[in-house]
Design a protein around this ligand. Structure first.
Ligand SMILES: CC(C)(COP(=O)(O)OP(=O)(O)OC[C@H]1O[C@@H](n2cnc3c(N)ncnc32)[C@H](O)[C@@H]1OP(=O)(O)O)[C@@H](O)C(=O)NCCC(=O)NCCS
Length: 252
């Protein structure tokens, strides 16, 4: 009985060509490998996503909570036609990107999560998944949303995405944006980098084990960090508020 029910609960994935790994050099001089992660390796990602659920800064919390649910859904056969790519520097997890195929002509971008900051690793991950949608899966366009101002800058502005506001995105039903094949071709020379094949030693290191990120985002010491991320990314309001408080104390 339970076995039969599982057959109904478990979606049947459509066949999707695998992602061919690539690598690129970062501004730090390190090589980053982009490669596909399949179901059996998902638990190795989950343990690094979970701590980010508690990082309010830059909307890591909402993005990590959603990524955790998507990856777990994939692992437990409760998500249809999802793919997951990992970016690794010397084996260390540096970013996770995922998405799914809606139909043979339409892709949907789920998330981009950088575990190492300041090197455009997230941007490279996003470019890799757009390349996968357009070049490998043959999608005409990809539906995208941003949950954070940095994401908006990276995707909507850098790629000049088109509005598809009549289409509610699967992420929270918010209005969608789209990357078309034409937009991707225009961005290709500037934003999409990487070489194939990946040298054997680099690929082996990446495939061997997903190592813990050495400097992942951590929860803020300051409880007002969430407010700061929402309204004041430079934190000037908070600093000014502190100065006012200090002045008050001196006058007392
Ligand atoms: C959006 C995201 C994937 C972009 O990753 P990325 O391309 O590697 O870029 P970073 O986040 O490292 O840097 C973004 C900006 O913040 C600055 N920054 C923030 N924290 C930084 C840090 N610890 N070190 C260095 N730079 C930092 C960078 O200078 C950079 O500025 P720039 O846009 O002028 O280049 C990443 O910020 C992220 O994972 N954010 C949380 C989840 C999220 O919002 N995902 C996207 C949902 S739409």
């Amino acid at each position: 009985m339970s076995v039969d029910l599982e057959k109904i609960l478990r979606p049947i994935d459509h066949e999707m060509a695998p992602y061919e790994p690539k690598y690129m050099m970062l501004a730090s001089g390190e090589a980053v490998v982009v490669r596909q992660v399949f179901r059996d390796e998902i638990p190795d990602l989950l343990k690094h996503v979970e701590p980010l659920i508690h990082v309010e800064r830059d909307f890591y919390d909402v993005v990590a909570a959603r990524v955790y649910a998507e990856l777990l859904g994939y692992y437990q056969y409760r998500f249809q036609d999802q793919y997951v790519l990992a970016l690794q520097v010397d084996g260390e997890l540096a970013a996770i990107v995922n998405g799914r195929q809606v139909n043979p002509k339409l892709g949907l971008s789920l998330h981009t999560l950088a575990l190492r900051r300041g090197l455009r690793i997230g941007a490279h991950g996003f470019a890799a998944k757009m390349e996968y949608h357009i070049d490998t899966l043959g999608h005409d366009e990809v539906l995208i949303v941003a949950e954070s101002p940095i994401g908006f800058r990276r995707w909507m502005i850098e790629y000049k995405l088109e509005k598809r506001f009549h289409i509610p995105h699967e992420l929270g039903g918010v209005p969608s944006w789209a990357l078309t094949r034409e937009l991707f071709d225009r961005a290709r020379s500037k934003l999409v980098v990487g070489r194939r094949p990946v040298p054997a030693d680099l690929l082996e290191k990446a495939m061997e084990k997903i190592l813990s990120p050495s400097d992942p985002p951590t929860p803020p010491l300051d409880p007002l960090a969430a407010t700061r991320a929402l309204y004041d990314p430079t934190a000037t309001a908070l600093v000014q508020q502190r100065w006012e408080m200090e002045k008050g104390q001196q006058n007392a």
